[in-house]
Design a protein around this ligand. Structure first.
Ligand code: HEC
Length: 257
């Protein structure tokens, strides 16, 4: 039943894609060489370095740890657990939102979520947890529990002109099949390590993109109305998708197609 309705929604997209020769679907040799080269030398490393300077002048580790209510030495493992409940906010926030809070706390102008400054600072701060496993805890408190439930709802809700949901393309029974030559990624898998690898440099866009922005790009492609960055629904979606890949190793900045 479920398979059938998925077929109606996706048949023109996915099934046609699957008729192409396997050969033409995978990266060609030149693309592979470029990917290997960029892995050695991720173009977003420069952005992360700039983000470090911005973070140090706008906030700094001491002030950031204070806002989160933790010791400076515990910052990396705290960072590996976002989105999380932050007491002074009284709600579950993303890492970028916690940086906004810290900037405000210091009496500085608050960078917008979509600003380059915020994208770079977010990448730097997340990279402080590189090598650790993501440790989001969706049972930590009632706020996290609520957000995980809401996030699952947003993930599975069919919207937009084609009646698609995130689950139409990212459910366990369809991941691995292809949509216009692109494999549909399992957002929880070790190889994708989705939440643990964003912000990432997108080779097709030649720019570093944050996790929530990447999800917005999927909404746009699938004709779902884009949820605004920082909205309750968007944060909840980030909670849900991050939890799918809980335990994956943080490796910021990622490198993606
Ligand atoms: C029509 C199919 C489709 C729908 C619907 C869709 N996606 Fe995707 N998504 C894809 C494809 C294909 C890719 C991989 C594209 C590529 O290789 O760059 C992708 C990639 C992603 C990634 C990046 C994975 C990684 O780490 O490399 C995330 C995160 C994501 N989608 C989240 C979502 C969310 C959240 C929704 C719902 C709002 C959604 N997607 C809806 C097809 C879809």
């Amino acid at each position: 039943m479920r398979k059938l309705s998925m077929c109606t929604a996706l048949c023109s997209l996915v099934l046609c894609g699957m008729l192409n020769a396997e050969e033409s679907m995978s990266m060609n040799a030149a693309d592979k060489a470029m990917y290997a080269e960029m892995l050695e030398n991720n173009p977003a490393a420069m952005d992360v370095a700039e983000g470090e300077d911005m973070f140090n002048s706008l906030i700094g580790k001491d002030a950031y740890a204070k806002v989160l209510g933790v010791k400076v030495k515990d910052l990396p493992k705290t960072i590996a657990g976002f989105p999380r409940m932050v007491k002074v906010a009284g709600k579950v926030v993303t890492l970028s939102q916690s940086l906004q809070m810290a900037a405000a706390d210091r009496g500085h102008p608050v960078p917008k979520l979509e600003s380059n400054e915020m994208i770079k600072m977010t990448a730097h701060v997340k990279s402080l947890a590189n090598g650790l496993e993501t440790n989001i805890d969706v049972k930590a408190d009632k706020q996290m529990k609520e957000m995980a439930v809401l996030g699952q709802h947003v993930f599975e809700e069919r919207r937009g002109g084609r009646g698609l949901s995130c689950n139409s393309c990212h459910s366990p029974d369809i991941v691995g099949s292809r949509l216009r030559m692109q494999a549909l990624p399992d957002l929880g898998a070790k190889e994708t390590a989705s939440a643990a690898t964003w912000p990432a440099y997108r080779m097709t866009q030649s720019v570093m993109v944050t996790f929530d922005k990447r999800m917005q790009q999927c909404m746009k492609n699938a004709l779902l109305a884009e949820l605004p960055l920082g909205s309750k629904e968007m944060v909840a979606l980030e909670v849900y998708v991050t939890n799918k890949g809980k335990g994956n190793t943080m490796q910021i900045p990622g490198l993606k197609r």
